[in-house]
Design a protein around this ligand. Sequence first.
Ligand code: KG4
Ligand code: ZN
Length: 345
Amino acid sequence: MKVIGIETSCDETAIAIVSGHKNQLKVEKSVVLSQIQTHRQYGGVVPEVAARKHIEAIFPMLEKEIAKDGSGIDVIAVTAGPGLAPALRTGVETAKTLAWLWGKPLVPVCHLEGHIYASWLPRSKRILPFLPITTPKFPALCLIVSGGHSELIIMKGHGQFERIGETLDDAAGEAFDKVAKMLGLKYPGGPEIARLAIRGDKTKFDFPRGLLDRQNFDFSFSGLKTSVLYTLRKMNLVSDQERANVAASFQEAVVDVLVRKTMRAAKEYKPKSIILAGGVAANIQLRKRLQKKGREARIKVFVPPFTYSLDNAAMIAAAGYFRAQDEKNFVEPVSLSADPNLDLI
Ligand code: KG4
Ligand code: ZN
């Protein structure tokens, strides 16, 4: 089965073709056009600007990458939400038009489910195509950390999710972005902080680990953010070294709390796999620490390939492939609308 994935939920216009056989996937094509340079001047993503850019980008992209009559494609999968309404609408309306034009089934996909399925995508071209890749086993414990979400989810099977914890305020990625702004770094802040943190001393500041003392699986990052703000205000002139120390100590606090809560949940729910998902999964310290703790607990940790950690359409096609195994998940093009608040569950 060959699935085309379309993703326009935020500031990346992306299309991909993924082919699947049983639980093995192959990425035939994956194109991502980032709008970051445009949004950087505003310090964040402007929804209407994002939508306009998606419209400009998506048709030339489809024209270049996909046969006009859709030949060779079996299913169309599109991010229906969550995300920015005007941005989502561009992808959804495009997918509906293609489904109608080509007469192919249409499958709406939740963006967060897409991030989870990035762990089913093969790592690199070096892996011989005939060698099957190891895929997560159920029940899986998923840590989703992106610009809009921080959640702990139990995945009992394909498309079966139960939320066991979530952030009560800021998402992890949002905290990275806001602290980056305080440090005078560019948007998006995650990669900028990670880069600056390399030169910093993570033990210099003991920033708060939100809700770590509570026996639940929820997160909170607003206290940490405020603590960084007050720390920076107290220093009159912040040297480059001090900025790096703040970045490293902040990153350490986020990684510490995410990994500790995840491993605590693993102890209680005894999953067969742990899946790291979402844009913050690109953070090397988080990947390393979670993998180390997973090894110690003898639970295999799946981290998405770097290329598919941030927003892309291959992950949407991957989720669409598994959804498309059940025809009940097909929708009539006219009945589908973008849902900015779409939930995984
Ligand atoms: O999943 P994503 O691409 O978009 C959403 O669905 O939100 O995630 C974007 C988020 C941003 O907040 C960005 O700062 C964060 O992921 N991010 C990182 C890193 N790369 C991206 N956070 C920490 N370390 C990184 N290396
Ligand atoms: Zn995302």
